[in-house]
Design a protein around this ligand. Sequence first.
Ligand SMILES: [Zn+2]
Length: 145
Amino acid sequence: MTDSKDLCACGSGQAYAACCEPFHLGASAAPTAETLMRSRYCAYVCGQIDYLVGTTLPAARTTDLWVNYKSTADSIQWIGLEVVGSSQGGAKDKTGKVEFKASYIQDGVRSIHHELSRFRRSGGQWYYVDGRVKDYVSRDSIVER
Ligand SMILES: [Zn+2]
């Protein structure tokens, strides 16, 4: 489990207590799509399955979502996050997109999950809608800023 004083697993360079922990505790909501995305990556690392489900858009929650998140979190060791780019997703936007690369080890093999995620703000809170997995070799499709 991540300690409050440890550097946040999302790679922000800040202490967990000053970064994703308030979001995980429900003390505050991620103000932008990118911070929500980082806090969700961090939740994967920490095994905070309820947070992953809770920050998925209610209409996009499937009945097996918790189990799916849990099995992914248990079978994968996340080792790094790089946010490639984002569009919209600010405090005044309704929607946002974030492109990221998350490095992980599964069954002893190191890989990169490259995804373009869509987010929606509802009731003052950002939610993950869905994501399109991209070919991680490709570098010519950066999100427009
Ligand atoms: Zn963080």
